[in-house]
Write a protein that binds this ligand. Structure first.
Ligand SMILES: Cc1cc2nc3c(=O)[nH]c(=O)nc-3n(C[C@H](O)[C@H](O)[C@H](O)COP(=O)(O)O)c2cc1C
Length: 178
């Protein structure tokens, strides 16, 4: 599976780093300018990607729909990036790749990190959902009783991995189905 991971300037870089580390397949990273800043503030960088592209590089392969990918996961996604995508803007590599995902009907997962959400953001999230994107606020589950921040991060990311079709251990009482 070929997956593009976008990381923006929203808080929660730890989610993106854990996802990159654990998601199987071929991964390509697009880091926005503010994504780079927050990543540096909150974590260290990671070497789990095949290649990474500057968000300013609109000549990169994923600007074009003719280069296939299976999914674009934006984790964490800022309100600013979501707003641009919802308006149809594609003036950066990440927003352009999102445009491509929507027009080519490829999977687009937007993991929003903001709270509370304004009426404008809720409207934009709704619009994107209607256009086929999956909008999932970073909201970790607690039913497996995570004991650490890393555990909380992993449990949210398990949910994203599950949406991509990867097996996870996140099921709620699977033994009750036996
Ligand atoms: C330390 C820090 C934390 C931020 N946290 C958030 C956040 O959680 N959510 C958000 O939408 N924006 C957040 N911002 C603001 C975004 O970085 C800003 O809107 C930026 O323009 C987003 O650009 P990008 O989406 O291209 O990365 C934060 C900024 C900084 C400096």
């Amino acid at each position: 599976m070929r997956i593009i991971v976008g990381m923006t300037g929203a808080s929660g870089a730890i989610f993106g780093v854990d996802f990159l580390r654990r998601c199987p397949g071929e991964k390509f990273l697009i880091l926005t300018k503010w994504g780079r800043y927050v990543l540096k503030e909150e974590t260290g960088l990671t070497e789990h990607v095949k290649k990474s592209f500057a968000d300013e590089d609109l000549a990169a392969p994923f600007s074009s729909g003719s280069n296939p990918f299976d999914a674009l996961v934006i984790l964490p996604c800022s309100i600013s990036t979501m707003a641009k995508i919802a308006c149809g803007l594609g003036d950066t590599l990440l927003t352009r790749a999102a445009q491509v995902a929507l027009k080519e009907r490829r999977r687009l997962i937007i993991c929003l990190r903001e709270t509370p959400l304004s009426a404008i953001s809720l409207e934009q999230a709704h619009r994107l959902s209607l256009a086929g994107a999956i909008v999932m606020p970073i909201s970790p589950p607690f039913y497996h009783r995570p004991q650490t921040i890393e555990g909380m991060v992993a449990q949210f990311n398990d949910k994203v991995l599950g949406l991509l079709g990867f097996e996870t251990t996140l099921a709620w009482k699977p033994e009750a189905l036996e």
